[in-house]
Design a protein around this ligand. Sequence first.
Ligand SMILES: Cc1cc2nc3c(=O)[nH]c(=O)nc-3n(C[C@H](O)[C@H](O)[C@H](O)COP(=O)(O)OP(=O)(O)OC[C@H]3O[C@@H](n4cnc5c(N)ncnc54)[C@H](O)[C@@H]3O)c2cc1C
Length: 356
Amino acid sequence: MTVVRGRRGSTARLFLKPALGRRNLKVETRALVRRVRIENGRAVGVDYSQGRKKITAMARGEVILAGGVYGSPQLLMLSGVGPAERLTSVGIKPLVELPGVGKNLVEHPFMFVGWNVRPGAFRSELRLDRATLWVLRWGMFGKGLFATNGAAGNLFIRTEPTLDRPDMQFTCMSGEVSARELRLSPIGKKPPGTLGAGLSVIKQDSSGEVWLRSAEAHDPPRILFNLFKEKSDVERAIRGLRAIRDIYGREPLRSLLADEVLPGANLASDADLERFIRDSGAITQHAVGTCKMGIESDAEAVVDAALKVRGVDALRVIDASIMPDIPGGNTNAPAIMIAEKGADLIRGHSLPRARV
Ligand SMILES: Cc1cc2nc3c(=O)[nH]c(=O)nc-3n(C[C@H](O)[C@H](O)[C@H](O)COP(=O)(O)OP(=O)(O)OC[C@H]3O[C@@H](n4cnc5c(N)ncnc54)[C@H](O)[C@@H]3O)c2cc1C
């Protein structure tokens, strides 16, 4: 998390808002960019809509795409930059053939594991009177149970000793995700206490794709994750489930837990666990890779080391879509670092040699 003084900080609040007074900055909201204008191989501006208004903004310098892992490849394709067959199939004339646009979509597959717990866990603090006190404590001191998003404990492990880095992230929660409704009265049936852990597979061999549904920018693109397409990803997730059971089966957690509700202790064989993984597997919301950075000989590279789109002048992509591979952890801070580095590249700044 990016947190400042006990509050999550978005890039809008921490970077954009303080800069709003600058004369060289104009922010348009409720605007949908429809395409990048490319003339004679150079990006010269963008067409966008604001309500019914259709507007063109021309660029004296460069056009920067920061539409994220789904928006940036969508905009490149809407502008005629991408895999030729994906463009022609929706009636767009290819201007620059870049087969990697939209490919290499990588995520962290995600599953929940849950236990019933003995009394006294997080849920009992969701009674209105107790919760009010926790909120006040958070507001006044930035401390206490409600000063965390409930997922403060993160554990990174290697499920095989031969791995050079962790392949599994366990997000150890003090409740489970549905434990958010306040209870008004101390009288009445108490909800069961539960404890949950999120299991993110932070190395993935499968990859997916983003492509156009139509030539209209307001049509969301099609997204295919291909989670668990490769058997190695299923095997990794099974090792992860066994590892988390092992950890939660030891003291001091063991004495807190009553029984496993997800996947359920009766699911033990590889086949059972694979079924659970395929039925319940979701995403962590850490997608990357659809405009990946790479060297020239890499046919699927979309941007070069300066984040410039191959084959188009004055056009860069600066967001999580340029990551060639997925980091072994959450992606927001890496995306912010890419933006910081991108800003330096645009301004021609580099670190003094001694600090590299
Ligand atoms: C529900 C959720 C929870 C997450 N939780 C965490 C977390 O706890 N910790 C963490 O590290 N990471 C988290 N992430 C991941 C993190 O938010 C992303 O990795 C990060 O925001 C990526 O930054 P970005 O700049 O690449 O894209 P984004 O933040 O997605 O920004 C792209 C922007 O472009 C806009 N856009 C796209 N197309 C157009 C268009 N045609 N016209 C106009 N605007 C357009 C989008 O609306 C969006 O505002 C979470 C993601 C999600 C979805």
